[in-house]
Design a protein around this ligand. Structure first.
Ligand SMILES: Cc1cc2nc3c(=O)[nH]c(=O)nc-3n(C[C@H](O)[C@H](O)[C@H](O)COP(=O)(O)OP(=O)(O)OC[C@H]3O[C@@H](n4cnc5c(N)ncnc54)[C@H](O)[C@@H]3O)c2cc1C
Ligand code: FES
Length: 289
């Protein structure tokens, strides 16, 4: 299970696609938590993702879905059987519909772990006193595994999670901590409004000089986080989405504009990016509403 690591902390994926076995697929509010055992794969780092497809009922004869779909790992634990991977899914189309219907024992084809993970707070800000995690909707998935990683390393962290409404809410059990503040657009839980309102309030009460923010969510939310952090001079990383056909740098479908000109391929240079490096988090064709 030992895996090679790239200089940037990435765990490198073995060549080829592996077959994992689904061990659970349970509803979690409006989402589902899909768990599979990856027998031969390495332990992923928080922020990395996998390209997933069902072994059966995926494409063929021109039917959709054809290409695999990208999913952030939300939880990973290792034992003698392999690495147990949990993914938080929102059913938005043919690929997620098929994955959401997978039963215990069925095959899950996976390529990964892929991409650049989150960096520790002191790598982003030498004065860092802790981390503020900001999640929107299904975007809480990579923050759940990151929160546990930070806690295991003794880094103080606070989490702010926002949801549109009850139907677009789930995965809270993946957080397993008390330091979570909620926001909802319809007011069904926590602050009525956006999760970025909570971030503004928290940063106003903190010393910006010691804050580090990690965010994942829909593009409009990420763009607001990016703008808030830029205005306050707070170091931040964003776990972004863009349309990914391959996941490993070959198709250029996932290009995201850089602040200083040019583009990055989000699948290899991200999906976690420094907020100060990107021109905008409003990426066309990406992200759940
Ligand atoms: C790095 C990365 C990590 C991701 N992690 C997760 C995750 O943890 N959980 C999760 O549920 N989804 C995640 N996604 C999004 C997921 O890949 C898409 O929801 C999925 O590809 C949709 O496939 P589909 O066949 O069901 O729907 P499609 O037919 O591909 O699309 C159906 C609808 O979803 C929208 N859509 C298309 N692509 C995306 C996208 N990339 N993100 C959001 N909406 C999209 C379309 O506009 C359309 O309205 C991630 C995407 C990336 C790039
Ligand atoms: S998804 Fe193909 S290059 Fe990034």
């Amino acid at each position: 299970m030992a895996a090679p690591a790239a200089g940037d902390g990435r765990v490198l994926a073995p060549f080829g696609r592996r077959r994992g076995a689904v061990v659970a697929n349970e509803p979690s509010g409006g989402y589902r938590i899909l768990t599979a055992v990856d027998e031969g794969g390495p332990m992923p780092a928080a922020g990395q993702f996998y390209m997933l497809a069902a072994e059966r009922g995926w494409g063929g004869d021109g039917e959709r879905p054809f290409l695999p779909r990208a999913f952030s790992v939300a939880e990973a634990t290792g034992d003698a059987a392999g690495v147990r991977l949990a993914f938080l899914l929102e059913d938005v189309g043919p690929g997620t519909e098929r994955l959401a219907a997978l039963g215990e024992g069925e095959g899950l084809l996976l390529t990964g772990p892929l991409g650049r993970p989150f960096a520790m707070p002191d790598e982003l800000n030498p004065q860092a006193a802790g981390a503020i995690l900001v999640g929107g909707g299904i975007g809480l998935a990579p923050l759940a595994i990151w929160r546990r990683t930070l806690a295991a390393r003794g880094v103080p962290e606070r989490s702010l999670l926002g949801f549109r409404d009850r139907e677009h809410r789930g995965g809270l059990e993946l957080f397993r901590c008390s330091e979570v503040r909620l926001a909802s657009e319809d007011g069904h839980a926590g602050h009525r409004g956006y999760v970025t309102d909570l971030l503004e309030g928290m940063l106003a009460g903190d010393s910006a000089a010691t804050a580090v923010v990690y965010a994942c969510g829909p593009p409009a939310m990420l763009e607001t986080v990016r703008a808030i952090c830029e205005r306050r001079g707070v170091a931040a990383e964003l776990a972004m989405e863009s349309p990914m056909a391959c996941g490993y740098g070959a198709c250029f479908g996932c290009a995201v504009p850089l602040r200083d000109g040019g583009y990055m391929r989000l699948c290899v240079d991200g999906p976690v990016v420094r907020a100060a490096d990107v021109a905008t988090a409003l990426v066309a064709g990406a992200g759940h509403r």
